[in-house]
Design a binder for this molecule. Structure first.
Ligand SMILES: [Zn+2]
Length: 924
């Protein structure tokens, strides 16, 4: 799954908190302080944000080579500090870090009293009541020991009857069964003891009431999602289609059918779903039949012949267009809203190529009967890899033009790779979630490497590192963790990002071929099974012939990461490198790190392979002269925080010249901003910006050049200051228009604007094909012209793309531009899901500065949203907006507009505990 919970803005919302955050993560760097019209452009800044946060370097092979391999470990040396001493030196008496691993309670894998053999569901949703009339027929078999009862997860169901069906072992008649039910656990009392050789089929008739259950049932007070979601069921929210979709991971499918809700169970499945004939349906497996009923409804019959885990069961219903595609003989379906159908292949069209690549790489063809991808409204996460039917958030409903700014291949490849890692082989418990998510994230890397090349892939892994390091400031847990508080805690940058980086290190360590063979054997050995970390380790050991316990233990089973202090010293033909592991040994291990060090002399490199495995080690390398450049971990594969001696401008320039692979090159281009007043540096950056084929390098070069500006005193003193500024501005203007990469053009427009006003240029870039370029131009206009920019910006109001809409919304709200109320309402009616949270902020800010009659209309609009929007998050957001308004209005206006009375009215009508609790928390 890719979560998006914490994203406050949509785009990003992709798999985040979990995943999405990956993108989010990128956001934070990269902003150029001078220019910002508030924090706005962050909307897309995140895209620029590259990595330099991490000072580590990245993988790729530079011919190391073969000169004298000096030394490796264990140099006895007076500087070598024994571990015990270093422990006391670094760790004792330190305060506890805020990231200290928080050991929750132990979570064992669920005991299997039964095997789940088959689940047959017959469901008929009632839109008006938001109930689901259902029958679940479960076939189960004692796993080993005799059983006389079946304990099932079943949350908030109204159970009507339970029968043992004829045809169950030794039963030739259908018999009613007794049951006990507390609203969460359903215990079915069998008529006798059954042995492991007997199959039992029970039929359970019930009504699922997912909303009521979650709103009011105190037994379910820790459940945050209804599992079965009715979107705009009564059609009260303008512009939003009626839809139903489900979200099982982690434990919410039992909100709509009784099951063994643990990832180590696995069964085949049939789903019969009865809907009005105008709706399309989607579920796992194959659509076997579609039968019209006499009452005008239709029953679709979906069948999964291969077993999967219950949390991967899904259903979606709505008025979708279904675009068909094909990979080998597997049918592919892209479900989207009608207006978006012409663009469905722009979004999902790489799917067949991805399936071919993964099937070949893994030597195991895509395992399911079909592959459907569906975009739904108000989705609570970024995406979910339900078996053969992945669900995506509405952010993917973009047009051709938008796709050129940001294609969604990351999230699409992530969910597709899950069809093997997650669905075919399933983490046996949430403690092992990384067995699903690390691989899904690494699947993105593999696809990028295959489709775009190593540099793009390394950019991705570099972002993964940043994402993990950001989280590590506040949280450090083992990737695989049996001790935790909530299953949701697992959906973090450890299970996703760090896990992917660790897999990449494993690959680097054992080699590409061994890594690929390991994955192939792992898939074959574990298909249709539950997996834990050891399954992977044992296969990697079998393939390589090496013991890898040390690797898996330190990276997957322990918290933290290496923190390295690297000290270089050259004397009399010897380069001495002292490397100290300074991480807090109370919570992290001393790492064993096979790594490489490049030593450059006169344009020639010697690559030394060493292994770090002590708290402090000294490595000595004989050289003919003082090295011109030393690069630690030149491939940049290592996940470590490094504290290195500062490099000189000359060393950074050499590094930029000598390395073409992502991490060392980007680090050099980034750090060269520090010597921008030096002509050689300046010219090097100009050259990269003009000529480099890799867009991220050009972008970084202009960002570093942007440090050469009027505010920088040192620059001003440079002899050719004026001339350099002219050269930069000329280059940026040219790149704003003609660079072929959208993000690079958008960056150029952003950076050039700090050098002055360029109305002619902006006129042109407002017509750019890229929405990113347009929205950045808007911010530039706003910064320069303020309220006077209106006539230039207004013509863009018909654009519905989110970055442009946010830019306009920010502008109208900050400057209180009159007459824009209907523009806000038009967009608020169109936007839904988590994007709405963001847009309502602008709307609210806008209303604060408007005349009373507009405020009154706006308040009524927000009250309507707060009362009727079917998405609980939007009801919360609208209520929060009213609270903000109430606090901002003066006493007299407040009374006149009756805002408090209206808010009380909202509170009286609200039934959802998630919203009422929020309202209470806001006070008032
Ligand atoms: Zn995932």
């Amino acid at each position: 799954m890719l979560c998006s919970k914490n994203l406050f803005f949509l785009f990003i919302k992709i798999e985040f908190f979990c995943k999405l955050y990956k993108i989010l993560q990128n956001i934070s760097f990269g902003m150029n302080k001078s220019l910002r019209f508030s924090s706005l452009s962050f909307a897309f800044l995140f895209l620029f944000s590259t990595l330099f946060f991490v000072s580590s370097c990245k993988p790729t092979q530079q011919t190391g080579d073969n000169t004298t391999k000096k030394d490796s470990t264990n140099t006895t040396n007076e500087f070598l500090v024994p571990i015990e001493e270093s422990e006391s030196q670094f760790k004792k008496d330190l305060p506890e870090p805020i990231w200290k691993p928080k050991k929750g309670s132990y979570h064992a894998t669920k005991t299997k009293e039964f095997d789940l053999i088959h689940t047959k569901l017959n469901i008929k949703p009632d839109w008006e009541k938001q109930w689901v009339y259902s029958t679940a027929t479960l076939t189960v078999q004692p796993h080993f020991y005799d059983q006389n009862k079946i304990d099932l997860d079943a949350k908030g169901l109204a159970i009507e009857s339970i029968k043992l069906l004829a045809g169950s072992s030794k039963n030739d008649v259908t018999k009613p069964l007794r049951w006990d039910y507390d609203g969460k656990w359903l215990t079915v009392r069998l008529d006798r003891e059954y042995t492991k050789d007997e199959k039992i089929t029970v039929e359970i008739n019930y009504i699922a009431k997912p909303n009521e259950a979650i709103w009011t049932n105190s037994v379910l007070s820790n459940i945050e999602e209804e599992g079965f979601f009715f979107i705009n069921p009564e059609g009260k929210t303008k512009g939003k289609p009626k839809q139903i979709w489900t979200q099982g991971e982690t434990s919410n499918n039992s909100m709509w059918f009784p099951t063994f809700e643990s990832s180590n169970f696995r069964g085949t499945q049939e789903v019969f779903v009865t809907v009005a004939d105008s709706f399309q349906t989607l579920s796992n497996g194959k659509l076997v039949s579609s039968q019209k009923n006499t009452d005008g409804t239709r029953t679709d019959y979906w069948k999964m012949e291969k077993p999967h885990a219950p949390y991967l069961t899904m259903v979606a219903i709505g008025e979708f267009e279904i675009i068909e595609d094909k990979w080998r003989d597997i049918p592919l379906y892209y479900y989207t809203e009608k207006w978006h159908a012409p663009y469905a292949k722009d979004v999902f069209g790489k799917t067949p190529e991805m399936m071919e690549f993964y099937s070949t790489y893994l030597d195991y063809p895509y395992p399911w009967e079909k592959y459907a991808q569906i975009i739904v409204r108000d989705y609570t996460s970024g995406a979910m890899e339900n078996t053969s039917a992945s669900v995506f958030m509405e952010g993917l409903m973009v047009d051709k033009r938008s796709i050129k700014d940001h294609n969604w291949e990351g999230i699409i490849s992530h969910e597709l790779f899950h069809q093997w890692f997650g669905d075919l082989m399933t983490a046996e418990s949430w403690a092992n979630l990384a067995m699903n998510e690390s691989f899904a994230d690494y699947g993105e890397y593999l696809w990028l490497e295959h489709s775009k090349g190593k540099k793009d892939a390394d950019q991705n892994i570099s972002n993964e590192k940043s994402s993990y390091f950001r989280e590590a400031q506040a949280k450090r847990e083992p990737i695989i963790r049996y001790f935790y508080t909530s299953e949701n805690d697992m959906f973090d940058s450890h299970s996703y990002a760090k896990g992917a980086v660790v897999l990449n290190m494993l690959r680097y360590h054992i080699g590409d071929e061994a890594f690929q063979i390991t994955l192939q054997k792992y898939v074959k050995a574990n298909a249709f099974k539950s997996v834990e970390l050891d399954n992977l380790r044992l296969i990697a050991e079998e393939v390589t012939g090496q013991d890898l316990t040390w690797f898996f233990n330190q990276w997957f089973m322990k918290a933290g990461h290496p923190e390295l202090n690297i000290d270089e010293n050259y004397q009399d033909g010897t380069l001495k490198m002292t490397i100290t592991q300074t991480q807090d040994l109370r919570y992290s291990p001393i790492y064993r790190l096979p790594l490489e060090i490049d030593v450059w002399e006169n344009g020639k490199v010697t690559r030394h392979k060493v292994t770090l495995d002590k708290a402090e080690q000294i490595f000595e390398f004989k050289t003919e002269s003082k090295p011109e450049l030393v690069v630690f971990d030149p491939s940049g594969y290592l996940l470590a925080q490094k504290n290195e001696d500062d490099k000189t401008a000359n060393e950074w320039r050499l590094q930029a010249d000598y390395y073409e692979n992502y991490i060392p090159k980007m680090a050099a281009l980034y750090n060269l901003a520090g010597s921008i007043e030096n002509d050689t540096t300046f010219n090097l950056l100009i050259k990269v910006a003009k000529n480099d084929k890799f867009a991220a390098y050009r972008t970084q070069a202009i960002r570093s050049l942007g440090e050469y500006n009027l505010e920088n005193i040192e620059n001003k003193e440079a002899e050719n200051f004026e001339q350099n500024i002219t050269e930069i501005v000329t280059l940026l203007k040219e790149m704003s228009i003609s660079d072929k990469d959208n993000l690079t053009r958008a960056s150029a427009i952003d950076i050039v604007s700090q050098y002055g006003a360029f109305p002619k240029l902006w006129k042109q870039t407002l017509k750019d094909s890229s929405y990113f370029v347009i929205s950045n131009t808007i911010y530039s206009l706003i910064n320069v012209y303020g309220a006077e920019a209106l006539d230039k910006i207004e013509p863009l109001e018909n654009i519905e793309e989110r970055h442009v809409v946010y830019a306009l919304g920010e502008y109208y709200s900050v400057y209180g531009i009159e007459g824009k109320y209907s523009w806000f309402v038009k967009n608020a009616d169109r936007i839904s899901g988590s994007e709405m949270s963001y847009f309502l902020n602008h709307f609210t800010q806008y209303l604060i500065n408007q005349p009373k009659d507009i405020q009154k209309k706006g308040i009524d609009y927000l009250v309507h949203q707060a009362k009727t929007n079917s998405f609980f998050q939007t009801r919360k957001d609208a209520y929060q907006s009213l609270t903000v308004l109430k606090n901002a209005l003066d006493e007299e206006t407040k009374i006149e507009l009756e805002i408090e009375q209206k808010m009380n009215g909202i509170k009286t009508e609200e039934k959802d505990r998630r919203v009422t609790e929020f309202q209470q928390a806001l006070g008032f």
